[in-house]
Ligand binder design. Structure first.
Ligand SMILES: Cc1cc2nc3c(=O)[nH]c(=O)nc-3n(C[C@H](O)[C@H](O)[C@H](O)COP(=O)(O)OP(=O)(O)OC[C@H]3O[C@@H](n4cnc5c(N)ncnc54)[C@H](O)[C@@H]3O)c2cc1C
Length: 321
């Protein structure tokens, strides 16, 4: 069976959830082999094994982590030449997409980005992409070289499967071009206890209907009762009610959680573009004509200041019982 290379996203210690999703997808096309740059592979091995990684290629050393994107592309290119994989999967993050582009150039292969699903076709993997602000789903396929696909986080639910995760060190002499820019400092972003927005299984987002920065405590309370991340519409972030890094939409983050709760959000096309591939969408809005209801699996027509506290209380009551 051919290998499918999966570029592991990690923070040097723990594996990011998107890696487990990519391993799950990779099993549809062959034998998943994770590619781990930098240190920490040994510690992560068990987790990678439990999601079906047959192998973990490791490329350690300062050179691998001191430069952005280019080392990953060169390591993957070397592995493509060595293993002739059925496909290469990378996370559709800013860095992952840059790696995908560089790898495509190096290997003369086609690249697909922002896939929301990947299924076997007659001539290899067929990717689904959500385009024009999500109004249209296209299916596309790589026709040259090895398919390189950047898959959005949360495209699939990670499913456990046994694997060996045999560590296999690889040595790649990076080109001077790959070392052209050096990372001089890393600043760790202050993190809340909440899950990361693009990785969360549940996202609760607030919009202009929330009415002010202080009222976002209501959204946070609901999110915390569900173990969810908090998002916001651009109207809310532009008003300074919530930080811009939590904006969901065309010019913000793209999320695709199992459950998306839109609270006081009208559903403008630019907001939809960032959330409409969510598996289940629930809406709380006082206007029954709000366009967001067109997307909703469940909707509550009501005043969020009445509905949200009751919902949070009921969730807490059920969790307590
Ligand atoms: C180039 C461009 C890029 C953009 N990118 C983004 C983007 O990335 N993300 C994004 O979100 N927007 C983006 N926008 C802005 C977008 O067009 C909308 O203006 C924005 O999404 C509206 O935010 P909203 O739904 O929170 O506000 P509104 O459209 O004002 O909707 C507020 C909603 O709250 C409801 N409401 C009010 N009070 C209550 C209450 N008490 N209880 C319940 N419901 C209540 C109202 O009925 C209404 O439906 C972009 C626009 C442009 C032009």
């Amino acid at each position: 069976m051919s290998e499918v290379l999966v570029l592991a996203a990690h923070d040097g210690e723990s594996v990011k959830k998107v890696t487990l999703e990519l391993l799950t997808l990779a099993r549809r096309f062959g034998e998943p082999a994770a590619v781990w740059l930098g240190s920490g592979a040994e510690a992560a091995r068990e987790r990678l094994a439990s999601y079906g990684a047959a192998k973990v290629y490791t490329a350690d050393g300062d050179d691998m982590t001191d430069h952005v994107a280019a080392p990953a592309a060169e390591v993957l290119a070397a592995l493509v030449a060595q293993a002739s994989p059925a496909a290469v999967l990378v996370p559709a993050t800013a860095e992952g997409k840059e790696v995908a582009g560089r790898l495509a150039v190096k290997t003369g292969s086609g690249v697909l980005t922002d896939a929301v699903d990947l299924v076997p076709g007659d001539d290899g993997p067929v990717a689904e992409q959500s385009i024009f602000g999500g109004a249209i789903i296209v299916k596309s396929q790589v026709t040259a070289g090895i398919p390189i696909v950047a898959v959005r986080p949360n495209a699939v639910a990670p499913e456990a499967a046994p694997g060996e995760a045999a560590l296999e060190p690889v040595t790649v002499d990076l080109s001077d071009a790959a070392k052209g820019a050096r990372i001089t400092e890393r600043v760790t972003q202050e993190r809340s206890e909440r899950p990361e927005l693009t990785e969360a299984s549940i996202v609760v987002s607030g919009g202009r209907g929330v009415g002010g920065a202080d009222n976002f405590a209501l959204i946070e309370g609901l999110a915390d009762s569900l173990g969810a991340a908090v998002g916001a519409s651009r109207a809310a972030t532009d008003a300074g009610w919530y930080p811009h890094q939590f904006q969901v939409g065309q010019t913000g983050k793209t999320v695709s959680p199992q459950l998306y709760l839109a609270v006081g959000i009208s559903g403008a096309i630019q907001h939809r573009a960032g959330m409409q591939t969510s598996k289940t969408i629930m809406v709380i809005n006082k206007d029954p004509e709000a366009p967001i209801f067109e997307l909703a699996d469940f909707g509550v027509v009501g005043d969020l200041f009445k509905v949200v506290p009751q919902l949070t209380e009921e969730i807490a009551r059920r969790q307590g019982s």
